[in-house]
Design a protein around this ligand. Structure first.
Ligand code: AP5
Ligand code: MG
Length: 214
């Protein structure tokens, strides 16, 4: 199954993508996680991406598309994958479709996780992230077992640089201008499904699975 997660920053794409990937034993591919890993390791890509991410802007398509195309052609992705945070612009969606068309394939479903802007701002300020394994927590709704420490790998949790309040507002603006048009794009292709992301994490997951298997 080839799945795209759509939704505003902080809608819960990563949270749900990890659970979907686990359930179907397919890789979870998050462009944001890939960029953050590059920043942490001080690579050239990381240095370039950081300039945009810290301002809440999108990393240019030319730094993003090839990276995803290479990743989805790896062996572990041959039975499907969950894309989280990609595509984020119409040109990225077109590049993805063109790459899949060359191998006579296409995306199966785009899941839009719907959350209003006010709730997004609240969620982001409470989010804590593990930059080592990509796990995310929330200090109130999804706390780690031990404060400030990742349950999975023991790494110290951090507030992401781009989760500062002014940056979150810019990310939301960028989302509405550049990414939201993808909802129509996938609706026209007949593969859009929407879920209410304001429900609990478990309820959101169950409604995604119900739509995937229904
Ligand atoms: P990216 O890492 O993709 O960030 P984003 O889209 O802004 O989304 P987030 O990761 O912030 O949120 P999420 O939807 O995954 O929510 P989460 O599950 O963590 O991208 C970062 C940056 O990289 C971009 O701004 C851009 O610069 C660059 N970039 C990445 N991809 C790119 C691309 N394709 N092209 C160009 N640039 C790109 O949940 C959020 C919080 O809410 C957590 O604390 C979580 O625990 C909590 N939560 C989740 N679900 C629930 C629930 N149901 N109830 C209550 N709390 C919940
Ligand atoms: Mg995420």
């Amino acid at each position: 199954m080839k799945i795209i997660m759509l939704g505003a920053p902080g809608a819960g794409k990563g949270t749900q993508a990890k659970k979907i990937a686990e359930k179907y034993s397919i890789p979870h591919i998050s462009t944001g996680d890939i960029f953050r890993a590059n920043i942490k390791n001080g690579t050239e890509l990381g240095k370039k991406a950081k300039e945009y991410m810290d301002k809440g802007e999108l990393v240019p398509d030319e730094l993003t598309c090839d990276l995803v195309m290479d990743r989805i052609s790896e062996d572990d992705a041959k039975n499907g994958f969950v894309l989280d945070g990609f595509p984020r612009t119409i040109p990225q969606a077109e590049a993805l479709d063109a790459a899949l068309e060359k191998i006579s394939q296409s995306m199966d479903v785009a899941i839009d996780v719907e959350v209003d802007d006010d709730s997004i701002v609240k969620r982001m300020s409470g989010r804590r992230a593990c930059l080592k394994c990509g796990a995310t927590y929330h200090i109130v709704s999804i706390p780690p077992k031990k404060e400030g420490i990742c349950d999975n790998c023991g790494e110290a949790l951090v507030l992401r640089d781009d989760d500062q309040p002014e940056t979150v507002l810019n990310r939301l603006r960028v989302y509405h201008n550049q990414t939201q048009p993808l909802i129509d794009y996938y609706s026209r292709k007949g593969i859009l499904c929407s879920v209410d992301g304001m429900e609990s994490m478990e309820t959101v997951f169950n409604s995604i699975i119900a739509q995937l298997e229904g």
